[in-house]
Ligand binder design. Sequence first.
Ligand SMILES: *Cc1c(COP(=O)(O)O)cnc(C)c1O
Length: 423
Amino acid sequence: MAHQRGIPGAHPSTAVLTRGFDPRLSVGSARPAVFRSSTYVFATPEAAERAFNLVSGREQAEPGEVPDLIYSRFNHPNAEILEDQIVPIEEGSEWAMAFNSGMAAIMTSLLAVLQPGDSMVYTVPLYGGTQNLIHELIEKLGIVCRPVVAGHSAQLEEAINTTPNLKVVLIESPANPTMVMTDIKRACLTAAHLNPKPCVMVDNTFLGPAFQHPMTLGADLVIYSATKYLGGFSDLLAGVVLGSDPELNKRIRSRRGLFGNILQPDECWILDGRLPTVSLRMNRQSKNAQRVAESLVNRPEIRKVYYPTLFDDPEQIRIRLSQCDYPGAMIAIELHGGKPAAFEFIRHLRLAHNAVSLGGMETLVCHPGSTTHSGCSLEERRIAGITDGLVRISIGVEDWRDLLGDFENALEQSAKLVGSVAR
Ligand SMILES: *Cc1c(COP(=O)(O)O)cnc(C)c1O
């Protein structure tokens, strides 16, 4: 707990298992205990005073000093262990903060940086919840929010250079559900020329932490819905923010203490146990997805398969090769025959479940137009490429041949009922 153990300079897959956890503080247990206490006992009244002076920022910790725990809305051992252990798997990060959902992580980060009168530039499409947060809360606080269509690097650069009082650049890449990519490095370089420099935040939920490393591209904050790949089993809600600037850490941490949206001990413990396998799971899921996506390309029932290895735009191919190690496990397919074909396809799946969310061990399929993106205007859908025939697939760790067989069978059944194949 806040103890830097393990081998200095160890690789991420070693460090995630060895740093940040001292078995002596868990009665020798090889895995961390769960500390459910809401409050912590001080050794002396002076220690209590010192702890409050440190948490409020009135005093600074001495080198090597481990601040006493106070109360679990501010901090608790399982959050500390999780936060120490997740840092090595996000290249370039130096600190992490756990939240009780991805939305809590995004909201708290934005509210730690933005003030009324400031402005923010963001890529669209964004995750639906984030989009609603911007319209229903951030804009109403008197913050100017300017959208730029994902993948349009020159327009993003222009928006960053010309928006007055710019404090935040929020990038979600790849974009949900068609995987359009935004050049993170170019946006960071543009932002770096401004004074004061806006904070570049990247929602890295779709490809991180295994395949995309925004901190190494110049981002200030990397944000996750840990509900997805980090959690990996569709059994918990969580969010994580990672960064390297101590000032940002302090500001976000103090907001989290006020809002009370720290992740609870049990969830921290579960999520911490999932960290060593994130890369193993994501690699298997990506391999599966690539085989499925590339096998579906020539199906007569499908108009287009959206998947990073199947990009045809040269600029998108360039971005993918420069910022992503592997293509990931999210696929979107557009069926001939519109919504009826999409619905029949989903109805006839026997292995994949019809559910929103993504990143779990099991394959999930949804129809974005009527579910995740049903709140979008027609114009927003057009920009995001969300047609009536579009189906989103989150590939799990099943055998890819079984998944492909399931999809092929459902495509045949759908085409039989709707009569829609390419001529
Ligand atoms: C799911 C998701 C979120 C929101 O996360 P929750 O854990 O559901 O609050 C944010 N961004 C992206 C890209 C997501 O997929």
